[in-house]
Write a protein that binds this ligand. Structure first.
Ligand SMILES: NC(=O)C1=CN([C@@H]2O[C@H](COP(=O)(O)OP(=O)(O)OC[C@H]3O[C@@H](n4cnc5c(N)ncnc54)[C@H](OP(=O)(O)O)[C@@H]3O)[C@@H](O)[C@H]2O)C=CC1
Ligand SMILES: CC[C@](O)(C(C)=O)C(=O)O
Ligand SMILES: [Mg+2]
Ligand SMILES: [Mg+2]
Length: 336
C-alpha cells in the first residue's frame, strides 16, 4: 500500500523557515515560485544572465538572481529547468554552493535515476513531482485546489527531508489533493512511460490518426476535429471525475457497445507489446541515452518531428474552430 499524505500531515512552517531557490521559470518553475511566495515562503528565482524568463518573473513580483547566487543564498534548491540542462546548471552553479545540510530538490527524477547528477552525501536530496502540467499546478492552487504530487527521498542526512518535502508540497497545493510517497526510480520510469505511451505520445497519435482516417475518407475536417479532439476532453473529464465507469454510464449504449468491442481492436495485443518495449527502453536507460545524445547534438530529429507535428492538418482546422470558442482558446494561466 502506498502512503498518501494530505494537508493535515504536512507542516507549512517547515518550508516557511527555509530560504528556497527555484532554478528556472518555465512551466513548473513559475507555478512553484509563485505558489511558494503566496504560501509565505522566502523564494528567489535563479535564471542565467539574459534569460528570456527574467522579465516575466520580475513583473510577477519575484526577485531574480543568477542560478549560482540563488544556490548560494538558499538552503533548499529546487531545479526546475529542462531535464537535459540540469546537469550543466548543477555543475556550474549549484554544486559549488551546495554546502552540508542544504537540500537539493527535483520536480522529476530523470537526472538522479540515470546518474547524470551525483550530489554529495551530506545534503538532503528529495523530489516533489506534481502529476500535472505546471500551468495547471498554478491554476489549481489559485482556485484553492491542488494537483496531486509524488514525493521521494533519495538522501536524508539531516533526518528532515520528508517533512521538508511534504511542507513544500503543501505550499504548492499538492497536499490538498494528495501526496504519494514513491522513489526516484518509480517516479522517473512511470512518468516517462505515462507521457510516452498514454498521455502525450499515445493520445496525440490516437487523435491524429483518427482525424486522418476520417478526412482521408472524405469527411469534413471540422467534423473530424470535433469528433477526434474537441470531444476527447469532454469524455476524459468524465473519466477524471468518476473513472471509465462514469464515462460509460454517461455515453449512449451504442457508444458503450462500440467502446468495449472496438476499443480493444485499436489498442490491441501488438500495441501492448510495443508499450512493453517502450517501458523496457525506459528501464534499461536506452531512452535516456538517446534523448541526452539528441539534445547534445542540437536536437535535429526532435526539431524535424516538432515541425511535422506543427503543420499536421488538424492544427489548422483546430485553430480556426477554437477561435470561434472564446472559452476554449485562452491563456492557460494569468501568469503564463
Ligand atoms: N512541464 C511540466 O508540467 C512538468 C515538468 N516536470 C519536470 O519539471 C522540470 C522542469 O520542466 P519544465 O517546467 O517543463 O521546464 P521548462 O522547459 O518550462 O523550463 C524552462 C525554464 O528553464 C530555464 N532554463 C533553461 N536553461 C537554463 C539554465 N541553463 N539555467 C537556468 N535556467 C534555465 C528557462 O530560462 P529561459 O527562459 O532563459 O530559457 C526557463 O525559465 C523538469 O525536471 C521536468 O521533467 C515535472 C512535472 C510536469
Ligand atoms: C505528462 C507530461 C509530464 O510528465 C507532466 C506534465 O507531468 C511532463 O514531463 O511535462
Ligand atoms: Mg508527468
Ligand atoms: Mg514528465
Amino acid at each position: 500500500m502506498v502512503e498518501i499524505f494530505y494537508d493535515d500531515d504536512a507542516d507549512l512552517s517547515v518550508i516557511q523557515g527555509r530560504k528556497v531557490a527555484v532554478i528556472g521559470y518555465g512551466s513548473q518553475g513559475h507555478a512553484h515560485a509563485l505558489s511558494l511566495r503566496d504560501s509565505g515562503v522566502d523564494v528567489r528565482v535563479g535564471l542565467k544572465e539574459g534569460s528570456k524568463s527574467r522579465a516575466k518573473a520580475e513583473e510577477q513580483g519575484l526577485r531574480v538572481v543568477t542560478p549560482a547566487e540563488a544556490a548560494a543564498e538558499a538552503d533548499v534548491i529546487m531545479i526546475l529547468a529542462p531535464d537535459t540542462a540540469q546537469r550543466f546548471i548543477y555543475a556550474e552553479s549549484i554544486a559549488p554552493n551546495l554546502t552540508a545540510g542544504k537540500a537539493l530538490f527535483f520536480g522529476h527524477g530523470f537526472n538522479i535515476r540515470y546518474g547524470l547528477i551525483t550530489p554529495p552525501a551530506d545534503v538532503d536530496v528529495a523530489m516533489v513531482a506534481p502529476k500535472g502540467p505546471g500551468h495547471l499546478v498554478r491554476r489549481q492552487y489559485v482556485d484553492g485546489k491542488g494537483v496531486p504530487c509524488l514525493i521521494a527521498i533519495e538522501q536524508d542526512p539531516t533526518g528532515g527531508a520528508q517533512a521538508l518535502a511534504l511542507s513544500y508540497a503543501k505550499a504548492i497545493g499538492g497536499s490538498r489533493a494528495g501526496v504519494i510517497k514513491t522513489t526516484f526510480k518509480e517516479e522517473t520510469e512511470t512518468d516517462l512511460f505515462g507521457e510516452q505511451a498514454v498521455l502525450c505520445g499515445g493520445a496525440s497519435a490516437l487523435v491524429q490518426t483518427g482525424f486522418e482516417v476520417l478526412t482521408e475518407a472524405g469527411y469534413a475536417p471540422e467534423v473530424a476535429y470535433f469528433e477526434c479532439l474537441h470531444e476527447l476532453k469532454l469524455i476524459v473529464d468524465l473519466m477524471y471525475e468518476g473513472g471509465i465507469a462514469r464515462m460509460r454510464y454517461s455515453v449512449s449504449d451504442t457508444a458503450e457497445y462500440g467502446d468495449v468491442t472496438r476499443g480493444p481492436r485499436v489498442v490491441d495485443a501488438r500495441v501492448k507489446e510495443e508499450m512493453k518495449r517502450i517501458l523496457g527502453e525506459i528501464q534499461n536507460g536506452e531512452f535516456a541515452r538517446e534523448w541526452v545524445a539528441e539534445d547534445d547534438n542540437g536536437r535535429p530529429n526532435f526539431t524535424k518531428l516538432q515541425e511535422q507535428g506543427a503543420v499536421h492538418p488538424i492544427e489548422e482546422t483546430g485553430a480556426k474552430l477554437r477561435a470561434m470558442m472564446s472559452w476554449v482558446d485562452r491563456p492557460i494561466t494569468e501568469t503564463a
